[in-house]
Design a protein around this ligand. Structure first.
Ligand code: APR
Length: 241
């Protein structure tokens, strides 16, 4: 039995499934990954944008970059990879989708139990009183100052910041009880998110879906070297092998 057939079989038998996704699952929707060719970080220095220091130095520049990303998110659609995970969730009693992405494409594809480790771009949060306000898709963010004297910032977890504790705890618990752990479209470069791929229990099947080898490949019993939009629909399609 080849790796894909083994993954299909184990998914069909699984009671509990955990999925970790990264920017790669949104590549075929037209969103650039961070570390691939033409990736986001190559256009902008990380320190200038995705950090509290960068925001303090130039909040307008940071909002401009996030507004461009939000506008792009509003222009694209979920792809077959996102949709396959939403279909899988409907079949598995205990299903948790942990994503590093902030593009909301998993929700738009119909996934429900989604843990956004790095936040999202649907809301802004005041950096002084933590008040939140919605960010309408496609609408440029206008006001930065908040009446309390603070500044609205993207509701994103920046470099050097802690992940939301409740979200992280739920993600760790889901990985630690999974019968199958899918690791899709992540370079495994950023912690602690990448460490989830190492938490699967004894006897679980860890499957990596990525065109390239990553530091997480060695934790996977099955590595499927292809794109998420090609591979995931085959893993969840009904029918015999
Ligand atoms: N299908 C599956 N995987 C793909 C595809 C595809 N079509 N295209 C690219 N990939 C893979 C790449 O091979 C790479 O391993 O997706 C991965 C993307 O890696 P990164 O760009 O590093 O994105 P990610 O792992 O999500 O980054 C993690 O870093 O910059 C921070 O907070 C940011 O959440 C992000 C985190």
């Amino acid at each position: 039995m080849n790796g894909e057939s083994l993954a299909r079989q184990r998914l069909s038998e699984a009671r509990s499934v955990c999925v970790l996704t990264g920017a790669g699952i949104s590549a075929e929707s037209g969103l650039p990954t961070f570390r691939g060719a033409g990736g986001l970080w190559r256009e902008h220095r990380v320190e200038q944008l995705a950090s509290p220091q960068g925001f303090a130095r130039d909040p307008q520049l940071v909002w401009t970059w996030y507004d461009e990303r939000r506008a792009k998110h509003a222009e694209v659609e979920p792809n077959a990879g996102h949709r396959a995970l939403a279909e899988l969730e409907a079949r598995i009693g205990d299903f948790t989708l942990v994503t590093q992405n902030v593009d909301s494409l998993h929700f738009r594809a119909g996934s429900r139990n989604v843990l956004e480790l790095h936040g999202n771009l649907r809301e802004a949060r005041c950096n002084r009183c933590a008040a939140r306000r919605p960010l309408e898709p496609g609408v440029r963010f206008a006001g930065i100052a908040h009446a309390c004297g603070g500044c609205f910032r993207p509701d994103i977890v920046w470099f050097g910041e802690a992940l939301p504790e409740d979200v992280w705890k739920a993600a760790v618990a889901a990985a630690a009880r999974a019968d199958v752990l899918l690791v899709v479209g992540t370079s495994g470069q950023v912690q602690p998110a990448a460490s989830l791929a190492t938490l699967a229990p004894e006897g679980a099947l860890v499957v990596e879906v990525n065109p390239e080898t990553t530091p997480l490949s060695s934790y996977a019993q099955v590595t499927l070297r292809g794109s998420a939009a090609d591979v995931l629909p085959r893993l969840v399609a009904p029918g015999s092998d």
